[in-house]
Structures are given as structure tokens and as C-alpha cells.
Design a protein around this ligand. Structure first.
Ligand SMILES: C[S@@+](CC[C@H](N)C(=O)[O-])C[C@H]1O[C@@H](n2cnc3c(N)ncnc32)[C@H](O)[C@@H]1O
Length: 232
């Protein structure tokens, strides 16, 4: 079985069998949202901050033949690479859209599952991102997010660009992170997995004590019929 090795932003090795090598090689996640999302055939899945497409490609095998995975990323180079990989392997049930996770280019109430892997920590306004996830999800839809969170006493210089690149400058304490998900309207919020970030190299700031990778699941209440006013 091919595996993405454990690393700084990826505290456990992750199976990469279901994703093309080109996507595995530039994987930069910190958890396994696809494995925890119980994705089914026919579902519509959106991956917020899809990068090279690692999780989107894995999810696309699960929704096939009738479902669709939409990867959204703000970096044109990432979208280009993911599209090239799609073309090269003639993959279907997956597409990539250039856009911000604060303004997701997806219709309201149209998605079954939103996943995201090590991205929302980078967003200065995480509350807006969770509101966007809530807007695009159908009533009963699921959110499965792997991300980096900070312990309460974790101190980081938020002006240090390296700390942003290492996905730690924007990390919030778990309680604050969960509160933002709740404020967006989600229910059944559960921290499913919590792993200390201990896999990196010695010189890596990611190995600093006080940060962890978590995977959080939540759902849109089934009765949330009239949510989301912005239709695209
Ligand atoms: C650490 S990488 C993770 C990529 C991918 N999820 C993975 O696991 O390989 C973060 C990704 O988020 C994207 N990103 C960061 N901020 C974003 C934003 N505001 N909107 C959309 N994408 C964003 C970056 O372009 C980058 O591809």
C-alpha cells in the first residue's frame, strides 16, 4: 500500500492508494477527512482548499459514477496542477474551481459533504469560512475538517510569515474553533481525532509543543430549510 509519509503538517502517514502520484507528492494535509466522512456514491462533495487534489481525487472514487467532487483553491498554480492531473489520468466525477473559501464558488444548499484538510487555519476570518460551508450544504449535510489547533498557552508571532507557511500562525484554541463552527449554525459537533504534531524535523517550528491536528465533524440540522440567502 502506497503511503504519504508522516511529516510536519501530517502527523500520521496517510494511505494514498486512491489518489494519483502527482497529487500525493504535493499533499500538504494534516489528517484524513475523506476516511472520516463516510462519503457515498452519488454525493456532491466540496473540498475547501483542495491544493493538488489529493483528497478530492480520493473522494471522487467514492462518489462515482453519479456523484461529483468540487475542489476549491485560491492558488491558480494548484488549480492548474489538479486539472492537469485530472486530464492526465482521464478522471471523472471531479473538477477544480479557482476561488476563496471565504466566497465559495458553489450554489447554496447543493452539497452533501464539505471536507477540508489543513486549510482553515490559514484563513484570517474562520467564522466566514464556516458560514460559507453551512450555506452550500443541504439540510442534513456534513462538515468534516482536519486542521491545526493551538493549546491555550501556545504563543506564536502572527507577523512571522514562516509561521503562516507552517500552518501554525493562524491556529486557534480548540474551544474557539469549535465555537465558530457552532455560531455558523452547525449541530452535532464532535472532535473525532486529536493528534500532537510530533512528526516533523527538529528544526521545524511545527514540532513546537502546543499545537495539534484535529478532525472535527458536524452536521447542518435537517430542519434548516431556509438557510443561505446567496444563490449563485
Ligand atoms: C496546507 S495546503 C493544504 C492543501 C490540501 N488540502 C492538501 O491536503 O494537500 C493549503 C491550501 O489552501 C489554499 N488556501 C489557503 N487559503 C485559502 C483561501 N482563503 N481560499 C482558498 N484556498 C486557500 C492554498 O492555496 C493551499 O493550496
Amino acid at each position: 500500500m502506497r503511503k504519504v509519509p508522516a511529516s510536519c503538517c501530517n502527523p500520521e502517514s496517510v494511505s494514498s492508494d486512491a489518489a494519483p502520484l502527482e497529487a500525493s507528492q504535493i499533499y500538504a494535509g494534516c489528517g484524513s477527512p475523506v476516511e472520516m466522512a463516510a462519503i457515498k456514491e452519488g454525493e456532491v462533495v466540496v473540498d475547501l482548499g483542495s491544493g493538488g487534489g489529493f483528497d478530492a481525487f480520493k473522494a471522487s472514487r467514492l462518489v462515482a459514477p453519479s456523484g461529483l467532487v468540487i475542489g476549491v483553491d485560491a492558488t491558480a498554480e494548484m488549480i492548474w496542477r489538479a486539472r492537469e492531473t485530472t486530464k492526465k489520468h482521464d478522471l471523472s466525477n471531479v473538477e477544480f474551481r479557482l476561488g476563496e473559501i471565504e466566497h465559495v464558488p458553489v450554489d447554496s444548499n447543493s452539497v452533501d459533504v464539505v471536507i477540508s484538510n489543513c486549510v482553515i487555519n490559514l484563513a484570517p476570518n474562520k467564522g466566514v469560512v464556516f458560514k460559507e460551508a453551512y450555506r452550500i450544504l443541504k439540510p442534513g449535510g456534513r462538515l468534516v475538517v482536519s486542521d491545526i489547533i493551538a493549546q491555550d498557552d501556545f504563543k506564536v508571532d502572527r507577523k512571522d510569515l514562516n509561521a503562516w507557511v507552517e500552518c501554525i500562525a493562524g491556529a486557534l484554541p480548540e474551544a474557539e474553533y469549535v465555537a465558530l463552527i457552532k455560531q455558523a449554525g452547525f449541530a452535532n459537533i464532535r472532535v473525532e481525532r486529536r493528534l500532537p504534531m510530533s512528526g516533523g524535523t527538529e528544526e521545524s517550528a511545527c514540532c513546537t509543543q502546543g499545537i495539534a491536528s484535529v478532525t472535527i465533524t458536524a452536521t447542518v440540522p435537517k430542519e434548516a430549510e431556509s438557510k443561505g440567502s446567496r444563490i449563485r
